[in-house]
Write a protein that binds this ligand. Structure first.
Ligand code: ZN
Length: 330
């Protein structure tokens, strides 16, 4: 089995089907399989990022208690380990789990789920999966107060399993990345690393704005291909890009996998990584993403480069990075 690293995986978009069934059953509910798929995963006629983001409402409705969050994290991690993952950074926006919980309580619940998984993992054979969490600020109008709270919660839980921040949500002028500068200025002062979604629905300009906020990592960033000068800057500054092929096909950034420029970006010496984004919404997993790219001719040495790029980009300790590099040589 390949050893894999996923740096861009949203918790609410990756709730395992079996866990959803279990949680519905606890409420005395069930849904026919076809209906469940329709509620959780995008159909082939999904037109854009906004339609894609609609698929998060249903899973989020099940993620409002500490018990549910804890179980979802544990079962997702068990599934990821079974797919060969050895390190992952799971991201979520604690402010979207506050129907009954505070943001800090939502983070504690996720960490408890990780502890449950670690306890289970002790009894398993094979390489361990290590996990860190990234907390997402939401790129939505009217969320400033909640976003400030998230920055503070990240500071309070750094080194307890939270490893950084993200900025996620729709991409448009009203919520342009540059408008979030004060949050990331504060994060920088507190030594919290961050990544920012850019260059997905919005073009190269959104990536330039993300870079101006001081980010070393960009979520997606695939649309840098429209701007050769930007590509040059990204290479020179060693910026890591968290690419997610199936997700970009769902949101129609690309119409077919043959157009997906991952291999040519590796050829441009961009620090590209391959990730899932949303396993359940996109009905994918990381082994499947690699298979898609292999069908496009991904070579063993390119695959190795993707792994090395992920290790370099990870918001992990030096010790953890050394473990990951050693695993590659086994
Ligand atoms: Zn994402």
């Amino acid at each position: 089995m390949k050893k894999l690293i996923d740096l861009h995986l949203h918790l609410d978009g990756s709730v395992p089907y079996q866990t959803v069934r279990k949680l519905l059953a606890e409420e005395g509910k069930s849904l026919p399989e076809a209906e469940l798929r329709k509620r959780l995963s995008v159909s082939p006629d999904c037109r854009n990022l906004d339609e894609y983001l609609d698929k998060f409402d249903f899973p989020l409705s099940l993620m409002q208690t500490a018990e549910n969050l804890r179980l979802i994290v544990k079962e997702l991690l068990q599934e990821l380990r079974g797919q060969g993952l050895v390190y992952t950074e799971i991201r979520f926006a604690p402010q979207r789990h506050t129907k009954f919980l505070t943001q800090a309580e939502a983070v504690q619940a996720a960490l408890a789920g990780r502890d449950d998984f670690y306890a289970w993992q002790k009894e398993q054979e094979g390489p361990d999966l290590h996990v860190n969490f990234l907390l997402c600020l939401m790129r939505l109008v009217g969320q400033d107060e909640a976003n400030w709270e998230t920055v503070k919660v990240a500071r309070d839980f750094m080194d307890q399993g939270v490893a950084g921040l993200d900025l996620a949500g729709p991409e448009n002028e009203e919520v342009a990345n540059r408008k979030y500068a004060p949050f990331f200025q504060q994060a920088k002062e507190w030594g919290i690393p961050y990544t920012i979604h850019a260059g997905e629905a919005a073009g190269p300009e959104s990536m330039r704005e993300a870079l101006a906020l001081g980010t070393k990592r960009i979520g997606h960033g695939i649309r840098c291909q429209e701007d050769p000068a930007l590509v040059k800057d990204l290479v020179e500054d060693g910026i890591s890009l968290e690419c997610c092929a199936s997700s970009n096909l769902n949101t129609k950034v690309f119409n077919q996998i043959a157009e997906y420029p991952l291999r040519s970006m590796l050829g441009q010496k961009l620090r590209v990584t391959l990730n899932t984004d949303n396993m359940t919404v996109s009905a994918t997993n990381l082994p499947h993403e690699y298979q898609l790219m292999e069908k496009q001719g991904l070579t063993k040495s390119e695959e190795r480069q993707l792994y090395l790029n992920s290790v370099r980009a990870a918001f992990a300790s030096q010790e953890e990075k050394e473990r990951l590099l050693a695993l590659l040589e086994e």
